[in-house]
Design a binder for this molecule. Structure first.
Ligand SMILES: [Zn+2]
Length: 330
């Protein structure tokens, strides 16, 4: 028997290269999914691309559930989740944008928005490791590096919605790897997908025997390609991936000292590689990690769906809040 699905949320996950739109149940089950090209030049441009994607999704895929409760959107940068305002896409590019107001007016549905890593962390809290842990750190290592922190069951937002930007934690005081933030030795420049590519490019001349491809036309050497070459003994790949593993291990141990988590959840394309995750693990000091009961674990979310489930959660929470307000008013 096919059970009819009554309610769903339209979820949108904005990334640097793609916008993923999908229909998600309140339990986090993804019913439909479609990808679109992204444009994050400015916040207005990105929002226009999101609206085009939603319009297309409604027209071409449509909905399985009878009723849509809300629209949930995961964004990059600083997001005031409670007020539905997108404050900043990246440092220095600020455009205070009332995304909730614009979306609600256009589609006549409640809208909730949140930062993408916050979305993933809260999805992990609701559907994944959060069932076993009240104190965990969701560490996202993809193109960039950021984290979401859950302490005593609460997600930590910070005063300016800027918590978790731990890609700029310096992990090597005498590093000569410069970062756009003005410091040297930031973990993101060493261990993110972009950082790994930059390190390969910077060190290539010192390793003439390397078999790593030399990308043309703005492409990147993928982390997976570097890790495979490292396993095959390529010296440049080994140098870059071991440096990255040490840097991430240092980051993890610094974070452990801040909030005393019992679980470090790994998310993002770079750390889903088992070889590399194992290399990070090998550099962890057992004494520093002694209270981290679950140690380093992989996210329980499907990689392609974690952003979507989190975005849906933002929409669902906004609709719950709306319902509460109506009740209080009535
Ligand atoms: Zn930095």
């Amino acid at each position: 028997m096919i059970t009819e699905i009554s309610e769903s949320v339209l979820a949108v996950d904005l990334g640097g290269t793609s916008i993923v739109v999908g229909e998600v149940t309140p339990d986090g089950e993804v019913l439909g999914i479609k990808s679109y090209a992204s444009d994050t030049t400015t916040q207005s441009v990105a929002l226009a691309a999101i609206i085009r994607a939603i319009d297309d999704y409604k027209g071409t895929i449509g909905f399985q559930a009878k009723k849509q409760l809300a629209i949930g959107i995961g964004l990059v940068g600083r997001v005031d989740e409670k007020r539905g305002i997108w404050i900043e896409i990246e440092p220095g590019k600020t455009e205070v944008l009332d995304v909730r107001g614009i979306i609600e007016q256009r589609y006549g549905l409640t809208c909730g928005i949140d930062n993408d890593v916050a979305c993933a962390t809260k999805a992990e809290q609701q559907f994944g490791w959060g069932k076993e842990s009240q104190n965990f750190i969701y560490l996202n290592v993809g193109t960039g590096i950021a984290a979401g922190m859950v302490a005593e069951g609460h997600y930590v937002n910070g005063a300016s919605f800027n918590s978790g930007e731990i890609g700029h934690m310096v992990v090597s005081m005498d590093s000569d790897v410069a970062c756009g933030c003005g410091r040297k030795g930031c973990v993101e420049r060493i261990a993110s997908g972009l950082g790994l590519h930059e390190r390969v490019t910077a060190l290539r001349n010192q390793y003439p025997g390397t078999a790593l491809p030399e990308p043309t036309g703005g492409e990147r050497v993928a982390a997976a390609v570097i890790f495979e070459a490292a396993q095959g003994g390529d010296e440049l790949a080994l140098k870059v991936s071991e440096d990255a593993a040490k840097a991430l291990a240092a980051l993890v141990m610094n974070l452990v000292r801040v909030s005393d988590p019992d679980t470090i959840v790994l998310g993002g394309g770079v750390v889903k590689n088992d070889y590399f995750a194992g290399r990070v693990q090998s550099y962890l000091n057992p004494k520093t990690m002694r209270f981290v009961a679950h140690q380093l674990v992989q996210t329980k979310q499907a990689t392609t769906e974690v952003g979507l489930a989190g975005a849906a959660l933002a929409g669902w929470r906004a609709s719950q809040r709306n319902g509460e307000e109506m009740k209080n008013r009535g």
